[in-house]
Ligand binder design. Sequence first.
Ligand code: SF4
Ligand code: SF4
Length: 366
Amino acid sequence: MEISNLTFIVTDECNFNCAYCVQKKEKKTINNACIKTAVDFFYPFLKQDVKVYIGFYGGEPLLAYEQIKHTVRLVQEKNKTGNKKITFSVTTNGSLLTDKMLDFFNRSQFAVTLSYDGFAQDMGRKKGTLDQMIRLMKQIQDYPNIDFEINSVFTPQTIKTFSESLRFMIEPGGPEITFNLSTMEEWEPSHLETLKEELKRLTDFLVLYYKKTGKIPVKNFQVPVPGPGIFRCSAGKDHMAVTPEGNVWGCFLFHDYFKTRKDNPQYQDYYFGTLTDFIANHKTRYPEILANYSDLRQNFFQVECKETNFCFLCQDVKSCMVCPVNAAYSTRSLGKISCRQCQLNKIQLKALEDFHFLATKDTKKH
Ligand code: SF4
Ligand code: SF4
């Protein structure tokens, strides 16, 4: 077992109630004994000589700020002699961030991902938080050791704000952004048309931006065309996650997904067990469960769609990336992708292709 990404789901509680959120909120927070057991066990398995991420996730992880600090202390203590290249990361809605926390994240050289939806913020996340986010964006950028990113989600209801939202975040020279399209709602043909128009507007803006600055601030557009090869989910392979109850999964998303699906026949295929059991039995348990995670790759996925049935038959298979857990929320089965998700991906891949064509067009002439 060699891990490059270990996530502590420090709490299942959240102070927001985002319209598209699929998590089941619970008043469960990880305890210090569990953190210590996990750090002691997993630390030796963290990769040496390459960048390793130790992440904090929720719910809203800043509700468990003390547990985050505790974990960082334990890891730093071990790393005095271990000398691994560790980066801490946290994904937060930003509402609880204080100067004291930002100082701590700056000192500990955190990567901070802010969940912020631009002009859709007040529609999909929490009403009245847009102004706070605008202030916060400026504030975080004053901390030189924080590696700051934004993660935005758009739905059929908020897609009309998409291109303006991203421009608004990018133009003042903000951080890099990743966007996601929610697949929990039905995208009517009119929504898909709006998505295409909005992606076209964003593409035009990004082409000019790239020609002026040489930068592509939207991570979704940093992917090369044609794609980097067949996408493989990293869960279990070099990603592991520990939950507030002390369970072990291959990625934090599996915890969210299976929390309300304990009777799902796939549950046992992906569950590494409780931390205590896993520590005792990992030599046999890890390879046994890992074999199931290894099947989560794009060319093995099946699409529930009349037009397309299997991803391996699709001409976009080397460029397409579908998170199997996100897809399973609609299909109720890991390894299956809904027609809606496939359609959204095809539209995004077309925009990506257009962007790379237009961005390199004049350079190619010379
Ligand atoms: S575009 Fe659809 S069929 Fe093609 S690889 Fe992606 S999900 Fe599969
Ligand atoms: S593809 Fe999804 S499930 Fe797999 S590691 Fe990435 S986020 Fe986790």
